[in-house]
Design a protein around this ligand. Structure first.
Ligand code: FAD
Ligand code: PHB
Length: 392
C-alpha cells in the first residue's frame, strides 16, 4: 500500500488532519487500533476554544455546533463560601468558548471523512514505523493477524499518549518533560439539568469539584480524588454529598441531583516531548503532549497542532515550500509551553495538594483572589482559557 500522508490514530487530531488534507486534494490513510463505534463514543473533553470553533466552521464542520453547542461567556468560581463570576467574554472584548463534547466533534469529523470516501482502517494496530530519515517512511501494521506495510511521503503520529510513534524517535534526540500530580478526578455523568448555564468550579478545602454541561438535561461533574481511586468506592450518596459541599454557596441554585449513568477516574499529568518532528515523522496532539484536564486544553491543543501541520503539508505539496514543516516543532512547542504553564498553574491553584501546609493554602487563595478580583488577573485567565493565538 502507498499514500501521501500516513496517519496513525483516528482521534480528533488524526481525523481533522485527514479532513484538512482532503479539502486540498492531498491523499491520506488513517490506521486506527479501535473500532469506529469505540472511537466515536469515548467520553472525554467538553470545552472548545474560540479558535477551535472558528477552525471547525471554516472547514465546513460547524453546523451541529451552531445548534447543539452551548456558548459560554463566564466561569463561576466558588471559594470562601461565595460565587466569584469571571466573565471572560467581557475581559477579552468578545472571545467565547463552547461546550460541545469531544465525541460530537469526532462524530462530525467521522461523518465528513466517511462521506468523502476516506480510507480509514479500523481495528488495525500499527506495530512500528521506520525509514523516518528516508524519502519513503513506512508504517507496519497488522490486519487480520497478517503483517502489512503502508509506504508514505510523511507519517503523522496522532496515536495519543500510549501510541507507538513517539518511541520511534531515538532516545538521543527525544527529551521528555513530565509531572504526575498526587490526585485525580472522578468524572461523573448524570441525568440532571445544570442549575445555571455556566461551568462552575468549586475550590474547597476538602478538594476541587467542577460542574460542566453536556446537554440541557445532562451534567458532567468532577470531584478531586486519589490518583488511583476505585470509582466503585464512591456511592451515589457520597458523590452528591461531596458535590453539594464543594460547589453550593448561599444565594446560588444548588447542584441538581439525578441518575448517575457513568463514573470513572482520570489521572492528572503534564507531559511534553521535544522535538515534535523527526525526519519525515510529525507528532500531533496527545502523542506529543498531555495536560491536566483542569484547563480544558487537551483537545484544543491537538487542533492547534493540526492547524500548523495541515498548513505546512499543503505548502509542501502545493508550492514545494518546506518552511512551515521545517519549523513545525518550534511553532507548536512555543505555544504548547504557554498552554502547559496555564494548565499546570491552574491545576495547582485549585486542587488541595496532599502535604501542603497552611502557607501554601493561603497562597492558593491569594492566587484565586487575584485571578477573579483584578483586571490583570481576569484578562490573563480569559485570554488563556479562550485560547492563545496560533502564530505560524
Ligand atoms: P486520542 O484521542 O488519544 O486518539 C489517539 C488514537 O490513536 C486513539 O483512537 C487510539 O486508539 C489510536 N492508537 C493508539 N495507538 C495506536 C496504534 N498502535 N495503532 C493504531 N491506532 C492507535 N481534555 C480536555 O480538554 N478536557 C477534558 O475534560 C478531558 N478529559 C479526558 C479524559 C480522559 C479519560 C482522557 C484519556 C483524556 C481527556 N482529555 C480531556 C484529553 C483529550 O481527550 C485529548 O487531549 C484528545 O483526545 C487528544 O486527541 P488525539 O487525537 O491527540 O489523541
Ligand atoms: C468538561 O466539560 O469536561 C470541562 C469543562 C471545563 C474544564 C475542563 C473540563 O476546565
Amino acid at each position: 500500500m502507498r499514500t501521501q500522508v500516513g496517519i496513525v490514530g483516528a482521534g480528533p487530531a488524526g481525523l481533522m488532519l485527514s479532513h484538512m488534507l482532503h479539502l486540498e486534494g492531498i491523499e491520506s490513510v488513517i490506521i486506527e487500533r479501535a473500532s469506529r463505534e469505540h472511537v466515536q463514543s469515548r467520553l472525554r473533553a467538553g470545552v472548545l476554544e474560540h479558535g477551535t470553533v472558528d477552525m471547525l466552521k471554516e472547514l465546513g464542520l460547524g453546523e451541529r455546533i451552531s445548534t447543539l453547542g452551548l456558548e459560554q461567556h463566564a466561569i463561576d468560581f466558588r471559594f470562601g463560601g461565595e460565587s466569584h463570576r469571571l466573565d471572560f467574554h467581557q475581559a477579552t472584548n468578545g472571545r467565547r468558548t463552547w461546550v460541545y463534547p469531544q465525541h460530537e466533534v469526532v462524530t462530525d469529523l467521522m461523518k465528513a471523512r466517511m462521506q468523502a470516501g476516506a480510507q480509514i482502517l479500523f481495528e488495525t494496530s500499527v506495530t512500528r514505523i521506520e525509514g523516518l530519515q528516508t524519502r519513503k517512511p513506512t508504517i507496519h501494521f497488522e490486519q487480520g493477524g497478517e503483517p502489512r506495510e503502508l509506504q508514505c511521503d510523511f507519517i503523522v503520529g496522532c496515536d495519543g499518549f500510549r501510541g507507538v510513534c513517539r518511541d520511534a524517535i531515538p532516545d538521543s534526540v527525544l527529551k521528555i518533560y513530565d509531572r504526575v500530580y498526587p490526585f485525580g478526578w472522578l468524572g461523573i455523568l448524570a441525568e440532571a439539568p445544570a442549575p445555571t448555564n455556566e461551568i462552575t468550579w468549586g475550590c474547597h478545602e476538602d478538594g476541587f469539584a467542577m460542574l460542566s454541561i453536556r446537554s440541557p438535561s445532562v451534567t458532567r461533574l468532577y470531584l478531586q480524588c486519589e490518583p488511583n481511586e476505585d470509582a466503585d468506592r464512591w456511592s451515589d450518596g457520597r458523590i452528591w454529598a461531596e458535590l453539594h459541599k464543594r460547589l453550593d454557596v448561599p444565594g446560588m441554585p444548588p447542584v441538581n441531583e439525578g441518575k448517575i449513568t457513568q463514573k470513572g477516574v482520570t489521572a492528572m499529568r503534564s507531559f511534553l516531548a521535544e522535538p515534535m518532528q523527526y525526519g519525515r515523522l510529525f507528532l500531533a496532539g496527545d502523542a506529543a503532549h498531555i495536560v491536566p484536564p483542569t484547563g480544558a486544553k487537551g483537545l484544543n491543543s491537538s487542533m492547534a497542532d493540526v492547524k500548523v501541520l495541515g498548513r505546512g503539508l499543503v505548502e509542501q505539496y502545493k508550492r514545494g515550500v518546506a518552511d512551515i514543516l521545517d519549523r513545525y516543532s518550534q511553532i507548536c512547542l512555543k505555544r504548547m509551553w504557554l498552554v502547559q504553564r496555564f494548565s499546570a498553574g491552574l491545576c495547582t491553584m485549585v486542587h488541595q495538594i496532599p502535604g501542603d501546609n497552611a502557607f501554601v493554602r493561603r497562597l492558593q487563595r491569594a492566587d484565586l483572589d487575584y485571578m477573579t478580583g483584578t483586571v490583570a488577573g481576569r484578562l490573563a485567565f480569559s485570554e488563556n482559557f479562550t485560547g492563545l493565538p496560533i502564530e505560524i
